[in-house]
Design a protein. Structure first.
Length: 197
């Protein structure tokens, strides 16, 4: 069965719907703010300061400058607006959010799985990988998975993880001692040094 497409449907998270602009602002008065009030005063031919004005007049000023009236604080009494290029405003806002997101530390967790009967060669191989992950600034979640009857070897699993922690103590530190979660014994290791740049 074919779905009907609703032409009036708009995405809720569309950034263009975040702020009311121009004719969407239906209150009688607004508080005008901004750093371009000097240029606005020159265009309009009168001194305009950060103050309360009739909405209709603010829209007229914006039209003269070829800009938009954008409501930046809808809950204020009266609402706060700026006369700006709306598309440029959205672009700058998106750019700032991207920069903030890029600066935020991204925690990467790498998993390393052991069995209770892991041999020395396999242990050394996984140890080298874990060391590399920690040196790159990632956390390591190491766990021993007990399948079937191997659950009786919990002490082996704990000794294996403690040995793993001991080998990595120069590059990482355990957040807590190994603990059982279902059929797994888990330990999380955080890097000691900051990520290499």
């Amino acid at each position: 069965m074919a779905r009907r497409y609703n032409r009036n449907f708009q995405r809720k998270n569309d950034p263009k719907d975040q702020y009311r602009t121009n004719e969407q602002i239906r209150v009688p008065e607004v508080r005008l703010v901004g750093d371009n009030l000097g240029a606005l005063s020159d265009t309009v031919g009168q001194t305009i300061e950060s103050d309360i004005y009739p909405t209709r007049r603010v829209r007229e000023w914006a039209e003269r400058m070829g800009l938009d009236v954008v409501e930046i604080a809808a809950t204020a009494k009266p609402p706060v607006v700026r006369i700006i290029d709306y598309n440029k405003f959205l672009y700058e806002k998106k750019k700032k959010e991207k920069e903030i997101k890029a600066k935020a530390a991204k925690t990467v967790v790498k998993e390393i799985r052991f069995g209770p009967n892991t041999d020395d060669h396999d242990f050394e191989f996984k140890l080298r990988h874990a060391r590399g992950f920690l040196e790159d600034g990632a956390k390591v979640k190491a766990y021993v998975h007990f399948r079937g009857r191997t659950i009786v070897f919990k002490d082996r699993g704990e000794l294996l993880l403690l040995r793993f922690l001991k080998e990595l103590e120069d590059v990482g530190a355990a957040e807590a001692l190994p603990k059982m979660e279902g059929r797994r014994m888990i330990v999380i290791i955080s890097p000691k040094k900051a990520k290499k740049s």
